[in-house]
Ligand binder design. Structure first.
Ligand code: SF4
Ligand code: SF4
Length: 135
């Protein structure tokens, strides 16, 4: 038995498909939903903890990938180096989960790490490299 934390990214055309249900039923695995979002582009993002036999997990993820779901391991953590952030806002439209948002009153960029799924998109987008990847 093993457990994996993963991010599943569903393109718009797959958002209403029972893919996780099939993964659980057909491959005999269990899951816990840690986070779930629909992005502004109407993609679905699910952060899951999957439990099951190693080969069952592998087959279930292979099945999801074969349908066009992006599968990413969640073994990393994103932190913001507050001394480097200039609050330029470049990361805000890039973040798919709303973890980086501009405060309408102060115009400062807020980082809600509980919403972050470690997709790493903000790392390249940040001019002073304030968003950092920690393992
Ligand atoms: S892109 Fe970087 S510097 Fe700009 S607001 Fe985001 S974290 Fe801060
Ligand atoms: S890694 Fe960056 S872009 Fe991705 S969810 Fe976290 S804060 Fe948003």
């Amino acid at each position: 038995m093993g457990a994996q934390r993963i991010v599943l990214k569903f393109p718009h055309r797959l958002v209403d498909q029972p893919i996780v249900y099939r993964m659980v039923k057909d491959f005999d695995i269990e899951f816990n939903i840690l986070k779930a979002y629909i992005t502004p582009r109407e993609e679905g993002l699910l952060v899951l903890e999957l439990t099951g036999k190693d080969d069952s997990l592998e087959k279930a993820l292979k099945y999801a990938k074969s349908l066009g779901v992006t599968v990413q391991s969640l073994s990393k953590d994103i932190k913001r180096n507050e001394s480097k952030c200039t609050h330029c806002g470049a990361c805000v439209p890039i973040c798919p989960t709303g973890a980086l948002v501009t405060d309408p009153l102060t115009r400062k960029v807020l980082f809600y790490d509980t919403k972050c799924i470690a997709c790493e998109l903000c790392i390249k987008a940040c001019p002073p490299r304030a968003m950092e990847l920690h393992f």
